[in-house]
Structure formats: structure tokens, C-alpha cells
Design a protein around this ligand. Structure first.
Ligand code: TEU
Length: 540
């Protein structure tokens, strides 16, 4: 199998609105990212996935794009963007752009035209349907952001489809002109020297709304193969599709190199494990670690050589992992490091979400007026109407709401954590005086340096990138696996709990590779692991 740079690297996700504000307007910006490139170089990452910076009315924080080839003024200019690409490149960091082409903003020129009426030449860029016989929506498809996925257009007396907010009309990928225009736009970005694309909800572009098919539609893979051939196919770019509905079999269809589609996908099976079956993400249940291990094992073994994994705990849509499945109180440092070790030693490309390397935590709210996210706000209204109590809804929001990940980066102890000199667009977590980059960098035993070391280990040891994976049979709350490559074997052991746990193996330690505490490791026989203890050893 041919080897690629994006298999050997670690990616860092920047959510620009919350990363670093350079001009005091309270909103992070591109010059702010440039200021922090040295920090990212120090961490050691090889790529940045940049959440959308394109022109947008910000109904969904930039995931509603009104011009793919203009930069949102709050974030800077196209010149700033080109400087960022250049400056990142000088530090060995490639820039992966967020490609949001399942939908546009309703303020995109194509939709403005399309709305003018059925005869407009852009009408078929979007998905229109006549009312049902009773005059209501064409069918009962629902928007991810609550309510019907159909919005009525008075002017033409037709409905248009929006699987997200009504300001995010879905593009019609069946229309060859849509594909041609998008591919041309992608090529212009590729010509600017970017390192790839993260493709927003890309598994929805093959939808057949009249048959109520949204994910994994019949022509999905045909469209992606065409995209590959007409854009990035001949370049070695990192292309990662966001695919909520992927199974290993489906992930192979996307990422088998022979099929010439994408490099890899984000799959979310592990991320659904604290959600009730048949419920929504807001319907909580406790994580079962044994189940998590089974899911990881499945993804580690089933892709084989016909696909490639991405590895992540966090992104801008998910709660902070140390609060979600670690312990953000007594064992915050231990558990943040343990979760990092668990993830980064598996096979696949790891992604770090901004602040994860500091062990940043969730930020609970006490009233809905403190929320900014459209998904959260719409759900709150919907559930109130359905009769849920405010307390129950806020409980779900604090566990799962997207604002948890979107609070500003905590750089230092100065006011607003060094994020802005102005008023931040969303309040910081009050714990920024204890948890921040300045403190992490000053402490050789910090979470930051665990991440730095994991990234360096990956550069120095092909075993981490290419080795086989074998899960060991252990106590439920302990995850242990062996990676093996060219006669070398490494053992990874993590206590995924707040309690001591037994572990025992007849294997013999050759040397310690990394651990999250100072304990002396000599024998693996009948060990008692302390809460969240994690280590990696080379075996004899
Ligand atoms: O997310 C896809 C998506 O389905 C999410 O809305 C997800 O269901 C939810 O956030 C889980 O909490 C992508 C982007 O990552 C997200 O930020 C956008 O809002 C969405 O697409 C629409 O572009």
C-alpha cells in the first residue's frame, strides 16, 4: 500500500471564532491564528483543519456560506488567508479547509437567484417540491436543527429542502452544473496551496428527498469519485469526510484507495455510546467502557488495508472529552492524559480539537439566554413545547451542547484568558485562571507536553502509524492493546475509571515509552492500576 503524509501526521482543529482575537472585536480571526502558529509548531502538528472562514451571515457560525471565495470580514481578508497558508507551510503545517457543500447560505448568490422563480437558471441548484395534497410540507423529513426540513416559499408556492437551518438550503447534487461549479471552486482553493479538505456532512450529498433517503444515497460514491477525478485526485491531499452514518463497510467505500474517493472519514460510532438507543443526542445514558472497547476494536481491525481511520474525541460539535468521559475534577490531568494516550496509540490519523491539549472542560449554563448555538436554542424551544422541564433540558445541554467546545481558548491568566482585549462573543469558562496554555507550557508534567510527546513518538516510530492492533481481554474498565510492527511490540494500558483496577500480563517490559504519572513500572504481573493510570511499554 502506498504511504501518505496524512497517515503519518497529527491534525489540529481550529475553530476560528474562538481561537485568538488579534483586533479586540471579541471574535477570533486569521491574524490571531498566525500569531499562534509558533505554539502549534511547538506542539508538533502537521496540519490544521480550519473550520469555515468564508463569507457567511453566521446563522450556524460559518457553516452557512454565502460566498466560498470570500473571507468573512470579521475574520480578515483573502490576503490574510494567503499569509496564513504561507506562514503555516513555513512551519511544516498544511492547511485543511472546511468544505461545506451539502448546502449554502440562503444569502448565497445561487439561492438568491433560485428564489426568483421556477424559470430562473439557478432554480435547480437547490431542491424544490410542491406542497403535499393537504397543502403542507411535501413529506415529514426533519431538520437536524428541529422542525420540518421543508420551508415554504410564498413567491413560487413551493417548498425548498434544508436538512439543517432554514438559512441552509440543500444543494442539488443531481444537477451537473452544481458539481461543475463546486469542483471549479475547489480547484481555485487547491491552487492557493492548501493541504486538503474536511468535507461537512458529505454523506448527505446523494440524497433522494422524495424517497426520504438522506445519508448514503444511491449516487453518493459516484459523485465523490467524480470530485476526486476533477479536483484533488492527482495531488496528495488530506481529504476527510464527515459521515455520521458510516459503518466499517461504508467507510471502506469512501476510503479504499482503489476507489479513488476520499483519504478517510470521521465516523461517530463511539460518540453515540452515551446516547439512548432510538433517542436523540440529548437523551443521555452512561458510557459503558466495555462497549467503547468493542467499537474501537471493530474499527481498528475491520478497515484492514482497504481504508484508513481518523481518531478523535472532540470537535466543535461535541462536548469536551475530559468532562464527558474523563473526570474534570479530581482526576482532570490524569484522565486527560490517559484519554490522549488511548487515542494516539491506535491506528489512524489523530485529530486534536483546540484546547484539548490543555485539558479544557465543559462550561455549564444555568439559563438558555447563555446559549449561542442554533442547534441548542431550537432544541430548547422544541422540548419546552413538548413538555420537558427546563431543568431536564439544561441538563442535556450541559452534557452535550455544542457551545461547550466553542468557548474561547484559554491562553493565559490575563482578563478573558488572553483571547481578546475586547468583549468575547461568548463568555470564557471561568476556570481560565487555572487552566491555560501559559501554565501548561511552564509545567513539564502538563497535559500539553503529553500531547507533544505523543506527536513526537508518532514521528519517530512507524509502529504507531502502521502497526497491527490487538485488543487484550482485561477488566471492563481497563483498555489494553498491543501494537506490533516488524517484530517490535508495544503494550498500551489505560485504566478508564476513577477506581483502582487490576491488570496482569505475563509479558516482560523492555522499556517504558510514555506514562501519565511517575510510578515506577517494573513487572506487569498482578498490577493494581491507580485511577486513570495509563502507560505504554515496549515488550521484550
Ligand atoms: O455537522 C453535522 C451534523 O449533523 C451536526 O449538526 C451534528 O448532528 C450535531 O452537531 C451533533 O451535535 C456539521 C458541522 O460539523 C456542524 O457544525 C454544522 O452545524 C452542520 O454540519 C451543518 O453544516
Amino acid at each position: 500500500m502506498q504511504k501518505h503524509w496524512w497517515q503519518e501526521t497529527v491534525v489540529y482543529q481550529v475553530y476560528p471564532r474562538s481561537f485568538k482575537d488579534s483586533d479586540g472585536d471579541g471574535i477570533g480571526d486569521i491574524l490571531g491564528i498566525i500569531e499562534k502558529l509558533d505554539y502549534l509548531e511547538k506542539l508538533g502538528v502537521g496540519a490544521i483543519w480550519l473550520s469555515p472562514v468564508y463569507a457567511s451571515p453566521n446563522d450556524d457560525n460559518g457553516y452557512d456560506i454565502s460566498d466560498y471565495e470570500a473571507i468573512m470580514p470579521e475574520f480578515g481578508t483573502m490576503e490574510d488567508m494567503e499569509t496564513l497558508i504561507y506562514q503555516a507551510d513555513k512551519r511544516g503545517i498544511k492547511l485543511v479547509m472546511d468544505l461545506v457543500v451539502n448546502h449554502t447560505s440562503d444569502e448565497h448568490a445561487w439561492f438568491v437567484e433560485a428564489k426568483k422563480g421556477p424559470d430562473n437558471q439557478y432554480r435547480d441548484y437547490y431542491i424544490w417540491a410542491d406542497p403535499a395534497e393537504n397543502g403542507g410540507a411535501p413529506n415529514n423529513l426533519r431538520s437536524t436543527f428541529s422542525g420540518s426540513a421543508w420551508e415554504y416559499d410564498e413567491n413560487s408556492q413551493q417548498y425548498y429542502l434544508h436538512l439543517f437551518s432554514k438559512k441552509q438550503p440543500d444543494l442539488n447534487w443531481q444537477n451537473p452544473r452544481v458539481r461543475t461549479d463546486i469542483f471549479a471552486m475547489m480547484n481555485r482553493w487547491i491552487d492557493k496551496g492548501i493541504g486538503g479538505f474536511r468535507m461537512d456532512v458529505i454523506d448527505l450529498i446523494g440524497k433522494v428527498p422524495e424517497a426520504k433517503i438522506t445519508a448514503n444515497g444511491p449516487r453518493l460514491h459516484e459523485f465523490l469519485n467524480e470530485m476526486n477525478q476533477k479536483t484533488f485526485g492527482r495531488k496528495d491531499l488530506l481529504t476527510v469526510g464527515e459521515t455520521w452514518g458510516a459503518t466499517p463497510a461504508i467507510a471502506k467505500q469512501f476510503s479504499d484507495p482503489k476507489r479513488e474517493e476520499l483519504a478517510m472519514v470521521f465516523q461517530f460510532e463511539h460518540s453515540g455510546l452515551d446516547q439512548q438507543e432510538n433517542g436523540e443526542k440529548w437523551d443521555l445514558r452512561p458510557l459503558n467502557v466495555a462497549e467503547l472497547k468493542t467499537v474501537f476494536e471493530k474499527w481498528q481491525t475491520e478497515l484492514g488495508n482497504d481504508g484508513w481511520n481518523s481518531l478523535f474525541w472532540n470537535n466543535h460539535d461535541l462536548p469536551r472529552i475530559v468532562s464527558r468521559w474523563g473526570n474534570d475534577g479530581k482526576y482532570r490531568k490524569q484522565s486527560a492524559k490517559a484519554l490522549a494516550i488511548l487515542l494516539h496509540l491506535m491506528k489512524g490519523t489523530p485529530y486534536i480539537y483546540q484546547g484539548e491539549e490543555l485539558g479544557m472542560t465543559n462550561t455549564p449554563i444555568t439559563d438558555i439566554s447563555q446559549a449561542q448555538d442554533i442547534e441548542t436554542i431550537n432544541m430548547y424551544e422544541e422540548r419546552l413545547e413538548k413538555g420537558y422541564t427546563k431543568e431536564a433540558i439544561l441538563h442535556s445541554i450541559n452534557a452535550k451542547g455544542r457551545d461547550n467546545a466553542r468557548r474561547p481558548m484559554q491562553w493565559d491568566t490575563s482578563e478573558n484568558g488572553g483571547f481578546t482585549t475586547g468583549t468575547p462573543w461568548i463568555a470564557l469558562n471561568e476556570n481560565y485562571k487555572e487552566i491555560n496554555a501559559q501554565k501548561e507550557l511552564a509545567d513539564p508534567n502538563s497535559i500539553f507536553y503529553t500531547y507533544q510527546k505523543l506527536i513526537q513518538l508518532r514521528k519517530d516510530n512507524p509502529l504507531i502509524v502502521w502497526g497491527d492492533f490487538q485488543l487484550l481481554d482485561t477488566a471492563d474498565e481497563v483498555m489494553s492493546y498491543i501494537r506490533s510492527y516488524e517484530r517490535k511490540r508495544w503494550l498500551v494500558v489505560i485504566n478508564f475509571s476513577d477506581q483502582s483496577q487490576p491488570f496482569s500480563s505475563e509479558e516482560v517490559i523492555d522499556k517504558v515509552i510514555i506514562q501519565n504519572d511517575e510510578q515506577k513500572l517494573s513487572s506487569l504481573e498482578t498490577m493494581i492500576l491507580s485511577p486513570w493510570q495509563a502507560f505504554v511499554v515496549k515488550l521484550k
